[in-house]
Design a protein around this ligand. Sequence first.
Ligand code: GLC
Ligand code: GLC
Length: 817
Amino acid sequence: MRYGHFDDTNREYVITRPDTPLPWINYLGCEDYFGLISNTAGGYSFYRDARLRRVTRYRYNNVPLDCGGRYLYLRDEKTGQFWSPSWQPTRHDLEGYTCWHGLGYTVITSRYASIEASTRYFVPLGATLEIWQLTVTNLHPSQTRHLSVFSAVEFCLWDAWDDATNFQRNLSIGEVEVDGGVIYHKTEYRERRNHFAYFACSEELAGFDTQRDAFLGPYRGWDRPAAVERGKSCNSLAHGWAPLGSHHVWLSLAPGESRQITFLLGYHENPPESKFDAPGSLTINKQTVKPLIAHFLQPENVQAAFARLRDYWAELLGQFQVETPDVHTDRMVNLWNAYQCMVTFNLSRSASYFESGVGRGMGFRDSNQDLLGFVHMVPARARQRILDLAATQLQDGGAYHQYQPLTKQGNNAIGGGFNDDPAWLVLAVAAYLKESGDRSILDELVPYDNRPGSETPLLEHLQRCLRYTLERRGPHGLPLIGRADWNDCLNLNTFSSTPGDSFQTATSRDGRTAESVVIAALFILAAKEMAAIARWLGQAEQAQQYDNMAADMEATVVAYGWDGEWFLRAYDDAGDKVGSAECEEGQIYVEPQGLCVMAGIGSGDGPGRAEKALASLRQHLATAHGILLQQPAYSRYYLHLGEISSYPPGYKENAGIFCHTNPWIMIAEAIVGHGDQAHDYYQRINPSAREELGDLHRCEPYVYAQMIAGRDAPNHGEAKNSWLTGTAAWNYVAITQWILGIRPTLQGLQIAPVLPAGWTGFTATRTFRGVRYHIAVQRVGPGNEVQLTVDGQPLAGNVVPLPAAGQTEVQVQVTVH
Ligand code: GLC
Ligand code: GLC
């Protein structure tokens, strides 16, 4: 069944019933202030860091699902009947309901008792607040309606982890101020904070509440707040306990009349030295925030801010647009996949409906990969991210596995020792250089572990990345795996038998034996990028050294990392093979088949390893819902393998369809020239192409999920953990750079499509280093050979060089033979 449809023209997904299988969410904000919002107005907001600057509270894994959010209630003053126009939390049978998730905004509209209510939620660019723009219309032909409108948000006490655990303190520290109808949440402001939250309303208030228990009444939930039922707020002032923000507005509407009410929920910082009103006072100095509030309560300013947001997105997406014979490809490339790449770039794996915002900060390997799908949109932001990531690198070339976005400091609780991490930094920097041509980044002085005085040029950081791997090799000469490689759950040094131990950090072996073929492939990819960069910088000798490193590692993989029919996954602590036909379970893994072929191992060699590995994968791992992580699934816990065998078969890393890995296979298939197979794999996990499977897939049909249940799971095909996944960036890379074949290189824009046989061609526009390329591809033969004409002139090879300075448009005709 379907729960909605795509509106490609308006760039929206339209949800037509509120009871989607799971909350289908969207993100508000793309700079410093962020919100998660579901199709029934659930969710929460934060400033920069979902843990350390949480603005509103959210209870994960709650019953009923997704309760707590940006709530409005309407009450008919004559009948006393009340309802939520976003369905939740009262869940009345609405007469009409539509939710539009757009780029950085969500609109929820419904009808009940002849009242239409429509709310648009968005975060204006350049501001640290969100706007809820409510329009209420009386659809009754003859009756004037007298309504009450109530708003409700529950404030969090800033540190969301502390908020959820430390009640003996937190239930005593809440503080608010109410001034001119604006509710200020200022818990902890009296001591070390100079930031506060506020909730404002454009209308004159009939009342307000700031104490949750007063608003809800004892033993009641959001579905039946006492104040709403009664039609009257308590004007409560929170002092300790649980501060909330609720406005009460009276509204009389003649038949056919519409009225608009604006609510602002924001975060604001004051200069520390003037945070109070007057010396000695404890009231917030509101001089800097009041003009902002006044500005955004003006409807024309709200309109202008919304128009700017739409233009901003139109421009970002305009960097790359395609028209292909396949609607699902177009939709994802032109819109939703790019949008998801922005979200993963901003939030890494911190805050989604499956990532609590208090667990993980910015992942080193994750953020480096997220950048691959984002760099063409705003290269300057990618540049800054690279510098932030590199600053959490350690002197020895390793890296903190995560850092907090607010402090930018490496996260000590997790530390380092994930031996794949450094390679990803090289790949991210290479992608940035290819996109931007900006060599200056390599000279940027960047510290290690953020320690002043330790700075070296970024280029040296990259060199240390390679050295880190070279200095950590095992008995076969393959890289040591450390705590884990890309697969967090293949923990070959952990050997944990203590319940609750973190599989990644409870290391109990010296780590000198277990080796990873995946890191070997990543090393080769990174070394080849370094060789290309060195050559581009005119450093032929260094380039040769990098090429030699890559060749040596390749020889090692061929000697010890090939299992006969596919690439091996690893060697464990006993020196035994993982991901081999010799194994009892877990005989073939997806990651090395993709990454080794991408690294160029076994392409065109005698035994045809690349082709063979991909054929084996097709036979053992490919399903209609995507490619499994490994087979056979582990049926029991293996002490020496760790978390991977902790999951029931078919879930997550234990033979789930871990979508992040699928695009590696699409790329590998494109590399060996199989356009049909590459696009077929692309389509299997493409959320738009799975829209019809709504009740099975269950997650949003407009974004990728981290995982789809594998063949060993009873619900094979069910998606989980949508939004924050490396799947977004890698699918974007696979389809745009390898299947459509439009690839930035250091020298220019390469065009080498590997298309499905049935495609007659496609067109694309791509902005690359400030030049707009109009690309028209036509298939004239069954193969993958291309011939290019640039501005009417035939071109040798497939890399379009940059035009002469001043030329901003280039026409490229491509024929595929
Ligand atoms: C999660 C992690 C990512 C890891 C993957 C596989 O998505 O965020 O870093 O590579 O799982 O374990
Ligand atoms: C769990 C998940 C894995 C994720 C890791 C992050 O192990 O299965 O996907 O990468 O947690 O800590």
